[in-house]
Write a protein that binds this ligand. Sequence first.
Ligand code: UT7
Length: 343
Amino acid sequence: MDVNQPILGGIALRGSGSAIPSQQLTNGQLGLRVDTSDEWIRSRTGIASRRVLGPGETLTSLSKNACSRALEMADWDPESIDLILMATSTPDDLFGSAPKVQSLIGAKNAVAFDLTAACSGFIFSLVTASQFLRNGSMKRALVIGADQLSSWVDWDDRRTCVLFGDGAGAIALEKTSKNEDGLIGFQLKSDGTRGDYLNLNQANNYIPLVTDNSYQEGRFSPIQMNGQEVYKFAVREVPGILQQLLRETSTDSDNIDWLLLHQANQRILDAVADRLKIPHSKVLSNLENYGNTSAATIPLMLDEAVRNGQIKSGNLIASSGFGAGLSWGAVLIKWQGPLGFNK
Ligand code: UT7
């Protein structure tokens, strides 16, 4: 991948929004279902509770609410949006959920489609959307990260069910001049040879059709994960890709205002920060409340930090997503949302 090709224009991050399900599931409640404890989950992961979509709420409705909030912050008319990119591995509709979100927010001029890259999906989508804006073919985009892993974990497998939750986040991106570019740099990587460490595969379930023919029924097996291998992958590759990005953009890690990592495990966040010599006070974390919401963790955290005043306009953010594929990616971005937006 040649990340040094000429850049025609830039992008600016103008707004953020997020939405979470109303149902909360604490570690204590999980202990009623599987042999686990609040002490084990907190000490190994940093997670205390997560949100789970229940009756009357859908991933599409969460995504719609996240987009509406991002539009409100950016102060944009939905009809001014050219592109809606929805990072998700768990759409309500396997044909894609982004067009439904488009219709719900009234973005009738936007092309809308889904992008699947598991927990790296938001970073991959942010970079993908930025290409359309940088080359001048589009002016405004909404990038969504949304997942409902509660539908796909085995709730009787304590090794995985304690980790995940549901949520949605969105950011509003705008074409800008090259000089004002808020995407300072990026790196994206995949390694399918290690894909078996974390997957959500189609179930191997062939059903007789007619004569000698059969078909595979559309059904997926629950999430399978080799936790220790994924952990080792994360603490090795995430510092590596961020170091590469800092080198290529001639950025000193002291100049980073915030480290915004995929919220998978507090121990991973701390280990990556230590490797990069970034103080823990600059590490954004909300996984205590939401667990790992896959493609949603980064925009959910970003939106929370913007609204509580931690992230301020002009702040430099190093962000990295990582997970199934295996896939991992990193961006160095500048937040350019409205000054003083704090609600
Ligand atoms: O988006 C990326 C998604 N995935 C990840 O980020 C996962 C990365 N991996 C991790 O975060 C960690 O590997 C885990 C949190 C999943 C597990 O932590 P660990 O320190 O690697 O634990 P372990 O798998 O080595 O298991 C230690 C013990 C085992 O018992 P024995 O064999 O030592 O008797 C497990 O059976 O802990 C047991 N265990 C549990 N005990 C209570 C595993 N899960 C649980 C549980 N409650 N929920």
